[in-house]
Design a protein around this ligand. Structure first.
Ligand code: FE2
Length: 161
């Protein structure tokens, strides 16, 4: 699967602008890290671009390792001949999949994914849900970030009311 085919597939399954942006941003970061590690940026980019493509249609709130995101998407990608290391990295980014993150690519995806979710939050405003959605997708409880949410002064003012 080339980059154009992956982009078309992602856009076909994802209408949410923020989720599309998230995958594009993770793709860009993954390509950059591939260069840093002396790896081929193509599969690394595919992993980023496709890792959540099935989330909108099959969000999998039960965190089933075999149905819904990301298992559903991986089955489709496998039928289209996507390479196994790419599929394993996509499965591995969901903590509930049971697939270990045993390659540099899989580890990078996991690390990049949460960070990109968090930084996109800045574009969506302090109440933007992208970072929280991302954490939820992965079954991770979002941690309050320093500098986000009400400042100490605002909290104190609120408490004094
Ligand atoms: Fe993601």
């Amino acid at each position: 699967m080339n980059r154009q085919e992956a982009l078309s597939l992602m856009q076909e399954h994802t209408q949410s602008a923020s989720l599309r942006q998230h995958m594009l941003a993770v793709e860009a970061a993954m390509r950059s890290y591939a260069g840093k590690f002396g790896e081929d940026p193509e599969p690394w980019g595919l992993v980023g671009l496709l890792h959540d493509f099935d989330y909108e249609k099959f969000p999998n709130p039960e965190h089933s390792p075999t149905d819904g995101h990301p298992a559903w998407g991986v089955n489709l990608l496998r039928s289209k001949g996507v390479a196994e290391p790419v599929l394993r990295a996509v499965l591995g980014h969901a903590t509930y999949s049971g697939v270990p993150r045993d390659t540099q690519m899989a580890k990078a995806l996991f690390a990049v994914d949460v960070r990109v979710g968090a930084s996109l939050k800045e574009f969506c405003g302090p109440r933007g849900a992208v970072g929280q959605e991302e954490a939820q997708r992965q079954g991770i409880r979002p941690r309050r970030q320093p500098g986000r949410g009400p400042s100490g002064r605002r909290r104190a003012r609120r408490a004094a009311r």
